[in-house]
Design a protein. Structure first.
Length: 558
């Protein structure tokens, strides 16, 4: 419920705070005292359009803060938590409007968008006035109201799930038909490209492996000349091996002449020749190398083929396997199109049948509820001075599936006829502002046990009526106040007398400026005087005071 409303620098209001009360509260005052300004200010906190004209003259900005007590299981608690906004059971909506018309919105002092502020407020307050009866002026809300009465809210949620599956299947059919048509136009290209990719058979990571092999082979090729040069130094005609052989011959001749000393040199040379043979062998072995990396020509051919194909498809070599899979899938659509389409169409048809079956059951419930709601509202109209009016909930099942939507197959609209001679027409086009308020009041009384919004505000629901009719409006507001917090802005003494709480709005001049202020009428005497004023006008008579006292006494007894 609305716990408090604080207003600063809004038009005629300098600084004002109202403490919210349970039950029925009446707000009264002379015409022009500023009651509409209060609603405009509250509307700001609830996400209404900001207007620089609301900022009090001479002030830089206006601000409105509306504090609400949230029930333990109110859905807004979860919504706030998802948005990262902390709450301890209370919710504070605040709006600041600068004199240039720019505004800022806050929930529990956290900056939020005006849209989020508006969505949150919609679950806390309903304002019903001559031009703000949202549920009646908006045909989109009529179906939701009927579902509340029919008790089909849970069924409707399941229906939306079927609708989503159906639409997803239909969208998939459209996509696959488009893909197939595109594939047919590209069939020759696809077949050639898939064959080319399949022949090459690219593997993920293969490019890096080939690059490594290629580098190894290039390095080995560079070493080959070094190995050849080393071997030539050993084995050529003037190489080390021949030189050592010639040296051995020379030493042998010298040994014949000198004896053992030369023999030792010959033995050393023989050992050197053995070492040289080993060196030659090792160089030959290194020169032959490890052929695990393959042939350079073959490696380079595949490496550059991969890169060229990747360039052709404007991708990387590692993505070529996925390119092949995608193109093969498109090509497969041409071959398997009948089976693919048939499977999808079967899925869509099953979802459509599930949706249609549940939608039909819901439609039957809605039509029964429409008759029941029409009858109940019509029974409430005569006491509200709408005895010549007729109300009808038009629930029309649509036979063409193309006209169905996520909420079912029914077109729902509230229709009225304001006198027996005129045909029914849409309520938002036929009923006047005052009539709309009373139609909404009748609906609210009937739906009191099922609605969830805790605070209702009625702006002059008694406009243009008096006497017994005004008393009937007051009695219904009093009934609503047993379940809701109800605030009634009223000119009717009969309505004001039924309120549990009473506030008086007036304006006065302070320091040369006109200011609106609100006074709680806590005493019986103060309430009696205000109701007497409402009965008699500017000059309060003894008879008016007596009648006011009687009204208060009757409602106190009630």
């Amino acid at each position: 419920m609305l716990a408090s409303l604080s207003i600063q620098n809004v038009v005629l209001i300098d600084r004002l705070t109202i403490e919210g009360e349970k039950g029925l509260s009446a707000l009264t005052g002379e015409t022009g005292a500023g009651k509409s300004i209060l609603l405009d200010a509250l509307g700001l906190a609830l996400g209404a359009r900001a207007d620089a004209g609301l900022v009090r003259h001479g002030c830089d900005q206006a601000s409105v803060t509306a504090a609400f007590d949230l029930p333990a299981k109110h859905p807004l608690r979860d919504i706030l938590q998802e948005k990262g906004i902390e709450t301890d059971g209370s919710m504070i909506l605040r709006r600041v409007v600068a004199k240039d018309g720019k505004s800022k919105a806050f929930i529990n002092d956290a900056p939020v968008s005006v849209q989020l502020l508006k969505e949150a407020a919609a679950q806390l307050v309903e304002i019903h006035g001559q031009f703000e009866t949202q549920g009646l002026l908006d045909p989109a809300a009529h179906l939701a109201t009927l579902d509340i009465c029919a008790g089909t809210a849970e069924d409707t949620r399941a229906l939306r799930s079927h609708w989503s599956r159906w639409q997803e299947a239909e969208d998939a059919i459209i996509r696959i038909k488009t893909d197939i048509e595109t594939a047919r136009l590209q069939e020759e290209y696809l077949r050639h490209t898939v064959a080319e990719l399949e022949k090459l058979d690219p593997q993920e990571g293969e490019e890096a492996q080939l690059a490594e092999k290629r580098q190894n082979l290039l390095n080995r090729q560079k070493m080959q000349s070094a190995y050849d040069q080393a071997l030539s130094l050993i084995d050529e005609d003037d190489g080390i091996r021949n030189l050592m052989t010639r040296l051995q011959t020379t030493l042998a001749r010298m040994g014949e002449r000198t004896g053992a000393a030369i023999g030792n040199l010959a033995d050393g040379l023989a050992r050197a020749q053995t070492e040289m043979d080993e060196i030659s062998y090792q160089i030959e072995r290194l020169r032959g190398g490890n052929n695990a990396d393959g042939n350079l020509e073959d490696v380079e051919e595949r490496y550059f083929a991969l890169r060229e194909l990747a360039k052709k498809h404007r991708t990387t070599a590692d993505q070529l396997p996925q390119v092949l899979a995608d193109l093969a899938h498109k090509l497969g659509l041409i071959t398997d199109q009948d089976a693919a389409l048939a499977a999808l169409q079967k899925t869509a048809e099953a979802a459509r049948l599930q949706f249609g079956e549940l939608a039909q059951k819901i439609s039957v419930k809605r039509q029964k509820a429409a008759e029941k709601l029409s009858k109940a509202v019509n029974a409430e109209l005569p006491p509200l001075k709408l005895e010549k009016a007729r109300f009808k909930v038009d629930c029309e099942p649509m036979t063409d599936p193309r006209d169905w939507g996520q909420d079912g197959m029914d077109r729902v609209q509230f229709m009225v006829s304001t006198n027996p001679q005129t045909p029914f027409g849409p309520i938002n086009k036929i009923a006047s502002g005052g009539e709309l308020s009373r139609f909404m009041l009748a609906l609210k009384v009937i739906l009191a046990e099922t609605a969830s919004i805790p605070t209702l505000i009625f702006d002059e629901a008694d406009s243009g009526i008096g006497g017994a009719t005004a008393d009937a409006v007051g009695e219904r507001l009093q009934r609503l106040a047993k379940k809701y917090q109800v605030l009634a802005i009223t000119h009717s003494p009969q309505v004001a007398a039924r309120a549990q709480h009473h506030w008086h709005v007036a304006k006065s001049e302070q320091k040369g400026a006109v200011v609106t202020h609100i006074t709680p009428l806590d005493s019986v005497k103060a309430r009696q005087e205000e109701i007497a004023r409402m009965l008699s006008g500017a000059e309060v008579t003894r008879e008016a005071r007596a009648q006011a006292a009687k009204l208060l006494e009757q409602n106190a007894a009630a």
